[in-house]
Write a protein that binds this ligand. Structure first.
Ligand SMILES: [Zn+2]
Length: 404
């Protein structure tokens, strides 16, 4: 990997590169080595964006190879929160869906379609479905488990049949991962029917009391507020028809905004007043400062918990080689110094390095009561525990979930 794993980045809403507050840190990330990760608030419009951000080739390799969002665990079952999240999105869609066009089975295209579960649910609602997703592994899972067809590609260079007209484009938890959301959304316009709709969900930058530690994370290249999301949609030629903000009880790990948008007549610059921008900058800065002030304490609490259990064991391993583990190791040097092994159930991560350690498969888990294994995944920790509890039952290894 070249030295320029991350690059400076200008704001995709206003084009400015001016920085107001924020942070830059170095995290050890599986498959990438040590990476500079930073966030700033755009001094002009108040968008919170990752800058420096991973270079396009780095980001692409990360999604194709390492972070493929396949389902962890041997059963292939989705965690309950994942199903509940899609239930909720479908319910929003049912309540607000515009009148269908005359077609028997209109087409729904999902960008960042992952393992195809969401599209399988829209098929039950009467749609023909097509996914667009950069990971061939996720696309294979979509085909094998749900019979969902996927174009293996990024959004912007997707080789879509020119005759395709989608009545619905679904973009749930994908826009925050893209380097240029305006360009990606504008590309979606090319395949949409004139009276088509966009169903969008992203994390929303409010209610910080419901943010987890490590909220600003490597895979999220921007954090939208209601205002910056509306500007982004506007720039790409959409207008918001309905939106709903959920602070909790929504089966994601932080507040979200769900939006139904339709095509605007034409694209145009977002006409936002100078005072509205100044207000947005001030609001985002206050949220960022409060977050940065409380972060050290939240990581220290987790570190203390691990170290106190480690007292009665001698050797420490982590299960889960995702970004969250990388953040924790960067933030908790005392824990980091004691880790001797990292395991993950995703073959895409096996052999990759996090700091000095190579990620190993579950088959190589320790079988000795000297060891403590810490499960450091928020979304999948219960499933992982079920899968690896045999080392506890059969071999006396101590296993704890980081977020118990
Ligand atoms: Zn800006």
């Amino acid at each position: 990997m070249s030295t320029s794993k991350s690059e400076p980045r200008s704001c995709f809403i206003c084009g400015t590169s001016g920085r107001t507050s924020g942070f830059v840190e170095k995290w050890p990330i599986a498959g990438l080595g040590e990476v500079q990760v930073g966030f700033r608030i755009c001094s002009q419009c108040g968008l919170v964006l990752q800058d420096p951000a991973p270079a396009p080739a780095v980001l692409n390799a990360h999604y194709v190879r390492v972070s493929t969002m396949t389902v962890s665990g041997s059963s292939g079952d989705l965690p309950a929160w994942w199903r509940a999240q899609v239930d909720r999105q479908l319910e929003f869609w049912r309540v607000h869906q515009p009148r269908r066009t005359g077609k028997d089975r209109p087409l729904a295209v999902q960008i960042g379609s992952s393992i195809g579960y969401t599209l399988s649910r829209f098929r039950e609602e009467g749609y023909d479905v097509l996914g667009i997703e950069p990971s061939a592994d996720a696309a294979r899972f979509a085909s094998d488990h749900y019979g969902v067809a996927t174009l293996v590609s990024g959004v912007e260079n997707a080789a879509m049949d020119p005759g395709v007209r989608a009545e619905l484009v679904v973009a749930t938890h994908v826009l925050e991962h893209l380097r240029d959301p305006v360009a990606a959304l504008a590309r979606c316009r090319d395949w949409m029917a004139d009276d088509g709709h966009l169903l969008l969900e992203v994390p929303v930058l409010e209610a910080p009391e419901h943010w987890p530690n490590g909220y600003f994370t490597f895979e999220h290249l921007q954090y939208f507020s209601r205002r910056t999301l509306s500007q982004t949609l506007h720039l790409a030629g959409f207008r918001v028809a309905t939106e709903e903000v959920l602070h909790e009880g929504h089966n994601t790990d932080s507040p979200v905004i769900i939006v139904l948008a339709s095509l605007a007549g034409s694209t145009s610059d977002a006409a936002i007043s100078h005072s509205a921008c100044a207000e947005e900058v001030a609001r985002a800065s206050a949220l960022m400062e409060a977050y940065l002030a409380r972060e050290p304490t939240s990581w220290a609490k987790l570190a203390e918990r691990v170290m106190s259990v480690l007292d009665s064991s001698k050797r420490l391993a982590f299960f889960g080689a995702g970004i969250h583990t990388s953040q924790f190791l960067a933030k908790a040097p005392a824990v980091s110094a004691r880790v001797e092994a990292i395991y993950d159930s995703d073959p895409g991560k096996w052999g990759e390095e996090i700091g000095p350690l190579k990620v190993s498969p579950p088959a190589e888990l320790p079988r000795d009561s000297e060891w403590l294994v810490v499960i450091s995944s928020r979304g999948h920790q219960d499933q992982i525990y079920e899968d690896i509890r045999w080392i506890e039952a059969d071999h006396g290894v101590r296993v704890i979930k980081l977020y118990d």
